[in-house]
Design a protein around this ligand. Structure first.
Ligand code: SAM
Length: 259
């Protein structure tokens, strides 16, 4: 069953994505909570703990993080918190890059309530993740992208850009909605996505269209295996099968290493 799935033409996608995130920037948490029934917070925590980043006591240099499609800064603040709490790392640096200035503004606003407020350790820049023009080659230790890459018009270009900016030995990690593996659970999940979610969107944000788009973008995104293949194609070494399923595959984490 396709539950009314409508394909978004490529040329419409960038404009649509921009509209979606500008219109939801301040209601972003409610939307994420609705999409994932609040579970996105646990997935993000899992990603941060899995990566276990932070400058080790005998390391020569601080880490350079890059969180792409970082929007409201959840992952960025979480990674810096983990580095500080677990490794006493108060020096590593974070760049939050997003194509949408409204989302970044929301991130900067939230940053004021963190220990990184007005710190030179964190900067927010408008960047298209498909190009990352302001980020030099071989300059990043840890690249993260959470619930962002499926909105890229050209996903492979995004992966190629990630490979370019990472240092040799650098880590790529992507948290994204994926494909529920069990067919029965998938049927229930599709039913929820295509009927309940747009209705919730209408209710929470008075914005049925944006939610509709998000549901469609999840459906269209390559499944776990296919996406792992794209990560390999960008040049990364992909350990094991290349991904971890979260909540039956509703989301997945893909990891790659630039050798
Ligand atoms: N990473 C954040 C999180 O997990 O809470 C925000 C995720 S939000 C669902 C998706 C973000 O992707 C939006 O902020 C949007 O502006 C950004 N985005 C979409 N296309 C992009 C692109 N080509 N380059 C960079 N960011 C993009």
């Amino acid at each position: 069953a396709d539950f009314g799935y409508r394909k978004v033409p490529e040329e419409e996608k960038e404009k649509l994505v921009h509209g979606v995130f500008s219109s939801v920037a301040s209601k972003y948490d409610e939307m994420n909570d609705a999409m994932s029934l609040g579970i996105h917070r646990l997935w993000k925590k899992y990603l941060i703990e899995k990566l276990d980043c932070g400058m080790r006591p005998n390391a020569a240099e601080p880490l350079q993080f890059l969180d792409v499609a970082g929007g409201t800064g959840d992952i960025a603040f979480g990674l810096l918190d983990h580095a500080r709490e677990k490794f006493g790392d108060n020096v590593s640096k974070m760049t939050v890059a997003d194509i949408n200035a409204d989302m970044l503004k929301e991130g900067e606003r939230r940053c004021l309530a963190t220990p990184y407020a007005n710190s030179p350790r964190i900067n927010f820049i408008v960047q298209n993740g498909e190009k990352l023009e302001a980020i030099p080659d071989n300059s990043v230790d840890v690249y993260t992208v959470a619930f962002g890459i499926r909105n890229f018009t050209n996903i492979q270009a995004g992966l190629d850009a990630a490979y370019r900016v990472l240092k040799p030995g650098g880590i790529f990690a992507c948290l994204e909605f994926s494909q529920v593996q069990d067919p029965v659970l998938d049927y229930i999940y599709q039913l929820y996505s295509f009927s309940c979610l747009p209705m919730m969107g209408q209710f929470i944000a008075d914005d049925r269209e944006s939610y509709q788009y998000l549901v469609e973008s999840i459906r269209k995104f390559p499944n776990q295996e296919k996406f792992a293949g794209m990560v390999r194609k960008a040049g990364f070494y992909v350990p094991g099968k290349g991904y971890d399923n979260l909540t039956f595959g509703v989301a997945a984490i893909h990891v790659g290493v630039k050798l």
